[in-house]
Design a protein around this ligand. Structure first.
Ligand code: HPA
Ligand code: MG
Length: 226
């Protein structure tokens, strides 16, 4: 897809691969909000593992982009927690190594999901005037990439403002069939094609207040269905 692909594979980082057969961790092993009991099947990525992986992604990003200023483009709402934690880790590296990146952070909002289904109409809010991206290195930060269609649309939109470079960091990438060619440059975890929630990822706005990334249960889907 797009000129962005030129930059793909400039550095190859190993993937954290979660198998289709992986049953996840029992919810009884961790704490989580009592108001979600019965709504979840299992923990697929515990919060601590997310934080450890994010620390490493921050270093990968520094190694790859560390010699330029960057504009971080946080994709709300699902990307807010990952973006906050990732920017935090990059800040720590900027303080404690001789590599440092001046960062600006900007927020845009995308909405395309109703229940657990992607809808055709993608709304981008707060992206009308991104002209300040011209000539800049942009790091798009997303919580989850499914088919890649949302990312493709967003890349097209951002490219129109002529940034110097665009890289994408996605905490989760789902293994889906018919994936578009768009894959983030920095991937936290590659996961099975199941609907997951938590760590700012929602199901109809619920479950953002859950620290771990979990698989929603059938009864959870029913309970919060619109
Ligand atoms: N969970 C939450 N939001 C999403 C997902 C998911 O599995 N896939 C795409 N948006
Ligand atoms: Mg959502």
């Amino acid at each position: 897809c797009f000129s962005h692909e030129i930059h793909l594979c400039s550095l190859i980082f190993p993937h954290f691969h979660i198998n289709d057969e992986w049953p996840g961790y029992s919810l009884d092993l961790f704490s989580y909000p009592a108001h979600y009991s019965g709504d979840l099947d299992c923990v697929i990525v515990p919060h601590g593992v997310i934080m450890d992986r994010t620390e490493r992604l921050a270093r990968n990003i520094m190694d790859d982009l560390g010699d330029h200023d960057i504009v971080v483009l946080c994709v709300l709402k699902g990307g807010y927690q990952f973006c906050a934690d990732l920017v935090d880790r990059i800040k720590v590296l900027s303080c404690n190594s001789n590599q440092t990146i001046p960062m600006r952070v900007h927020f845009i909002r995308l909405k395309s999901y109703l229940n657990d289904q992607s809808t055709e109409d993608l709304h981008i809010v707060g992206a009308d005037d991104l002209s300040f991206l011209a000539g800049k290195n942009v790091l798009i930060v997303e919580g989850i990439v499914g088919t890649g269609k949302t990312m493709e649309t967003l890349l097209k939109h951002v490219e129109a403002f002529r940034p110097k470079m665009i890289k994408v960091a996605g905490l989760l990438v789902k293994r889906v069939q018919n994936r578009s060619t768009c894959v983030p440059d920095f991937v936290g975890f590659e996961i099975p094609n199941r609907f997951v929630v938590g760590y700012a990822l929602d199901y109809n706005e619920y479950f953002r207040d859950l620290n771990h990334i979990c698989v929603i249960s059938e009864s959870g889907k029913k309970k919060y269905k619109i």
